[in-house]
Each structure stands twice: as structure tokens, then as C-alpha cells.
Design a binder for this molecule. Sequence first.
Ligand SMILES: NC(=O)c1ccc[n+]([C@@H]2O[C@H](COP(=O)([O-])OP(=O)(O)OC[C@H]3O[C@@H](n4cnc5c(N)ncnc54)[C@H](O)[C@@H]3O)[C@@H](O)[C@H]2O)c1
Length: 317
Amino acid sequence: MKVMVTGGGGFIGSHVVDMLVSAGYRVSVVDDLSTGRFENINPRVNFYRVKIEGDDFGRVVERERPDAVIHHAAQVDVTCSLQEPLKDAGINILGTLNLLENCRRYRVGKVIYASSAAVYGSPAYLPVDEAHPVAPQSHYGVSKHTVEHYLRIYQEIYGLRYTVLRYSNVFGPRQDAAGEGGVVAIFIDRLLKGKRVRIFGDGRQTRDFIYAGDVACANLAALKRGDGKILNVSTGISLSVKDLFQLLKGLTGSSMEPEYCPPRPGDILHSCLANHRAREVLGWSPRCAVEEGLRQTLDYYYNHGPALKTGVPGGAH
Ligand SMILES: NC(=O)c1ccc[n+]([C@@H]2O[C@H](COP(=O)([O-])OP(=O)(O)OC[C@H]3O[C@@H](n4cnc5c(N)ncnc54)[C@H](O)[C@@H]3O)[C@@H](O)[C@H]2O)c1
């Protein structure tokens, strides 16, 4: 089976690619390397440095003729989406529409789409299940959600099958601090550089941190199951930012205390996604406990040095 991964040079996409290659799939990667890295790209794939919104993308699909496309390429920065909404929509909405048109044209069987907890906005109840109202609080959340509608329509009209995976906060090796939910990467970066970690608010805000390897497993499962479904991909477990810091402090042997800063306006206090539907539909469950995931992430940064390209101050997304 031939699978194309867009954003396969990025954080999550590269984990998906590695798992596909290990499982024996024939893999191609489309990535413009705007936030991704060439070093992340598995050497056993056909790599195309192409933008999803450009004409070249269609030529790549025509040449590769994948059976499925796993779509991770995106503008992933929430703040950037608010500052540059046209850029965000140009990549996340129009770029994805270009992708869907080419999938239709070249008879791709299925699209798996990396969506986000950001589509829900501020939770009305916890844990947030897929029936929770959708009310994004950023242009990024709007652009991620808009694609979910297009996918449904492409399946209904053209028979292009899809699965939407709504991720909670993903963490793991190769994460950059600039993206969504980069708090783990930011904390690790500062701890390894001997800088004080900044926590916005009292640190009791909670997030649902899922390991990138578990997210990759959900994508592979969705190649065979979950057609027409929207599924949360999460642990269903809340961890406070304060406790996250303590875990990392223990693992790194740091003696530094965090600096508490005023809460940032607009930050969601608690976020946790129920994963029952993904367990049932995909026959998938998260396997990596947060401590183990943090250990593996730290190993990566110890071996590769500070992997962060940006100096975004610490905080919780
Ligand atoms: N990291 C998280 O916690 C999280 C949570 C929810 C959803 N997501 C979604 O998962 C996906 C991957 O996110 P990530 O955290 O790995 O971010 P990332 O920035 O590491 O990956 C995105 C990749 O897309 C590429 N890209 C960006 N614009 C492109 C374009 N126009 N054409 C081709 N390639 C382009 C980048 O170079 C990068 O390699 C995104 O769709 C994001 O919205 C991430």
C-alpha cells in the first residue's frame, strides 16, 4: 500500500512516517520544510519539497498515486493564525482544498486528517468528547475545523473516505517550541539550558499530554478503520503544568524552581479529551505513560542537543 504523508518532515508527521516505513508501507513525503527539518525525514521515502497549496502538489500526487494521504502539513502556530489569518487560511484551508481536489482527481482512497482539540474551544465539560460543541477561539481552530466539513462533503459527493483525528497536546522527540502544545519542548529546552522555566498562572491548569508514538499508532490504525469518523486521540488523563514541571525537574535532576508569571489572557484553564470512541473504532489505545514519554523525549534532546529553533517563552498552550 502506498501512503503519502504531508508534513512528514515535521514533529508528528515524521513519527507517522517512521512507523509506516517500519510496517512495510511505501511512503512518500510532501513538506515545504517551513517548520519541519530535513533531518527528520526518513531516508526510505520519496521526499518532495513542495507546498500543499501550490500547483506542484498535484504533479506529486499524479506521480505517486498514493492509496491514502495522511495530512499533517499545516500552519500550526495559534498566535500566528491570529496575526496572519490570511496566511493561516491559505495553508490550512485552501492548501487542504488543493490536496482534496488532487486526491479526488487521482483517485486516492482515503485521507486521514490531523485535527485538534482547538476546534472545541473552552470546554463546557470534561473530559471533552466528540459530541462536545465546537466553538474554536482562534483562527487556527476555525481553519482546522473547516477542513473537517470539506472532508465530510468529499466523502459524500466523491466517495473519498476520511478519518478526522483530533489530537490533544502531543509531545515527544523532534517537537519544536513554536507549534501547538509545545509546553513540554519549551520546558525541556529551558531546563537543559539551565534557564528558569516560566509558568503562566498558578500552574494548576491541566492538559492531556499524549506521546507522539501513540498518535502515530492511531494514524496507522485509521488506514484500515474509522471511515467517516471524527475521533479524539488523547490519553483522557489530566496533568497539571506544575506537575509536568516537577516530573521534568526530577528527570533532569534540576534544582531550579519555576518562575510564576501572570496568566495569559485567553489561555484555557483545563483541557482533557475523552478517547473512548477512538479505542472502540480503531481498536487503539495509548500505551506510553507520560513519565516514560518524557524520559524518551529527554533522551532525544540529550542526544541531539537543544532542538528548538525558536525562543518562545515558557508557558502552557
Ligand atoms: N503538536 C500538537 O500538539 C498538535 C495538536 C493538535 C493537532 N496538531 C496538528 O498536527 C499536525 C502536525 O503538527 P506538528 O506539531 O507536528 O507541527 P510541525 O510544524 O512540526 O509539522 C508541520 C509540518 O508541515 C510542514 N508544512 C507547513 N506548511 C506547509 C505547506 N504549506 N506545504 C507543505 N508543508 C508544510 C512543515 O514544514 C512541518 O514539517 C498539524 O496539522 C497540526 O495542526 C498538532
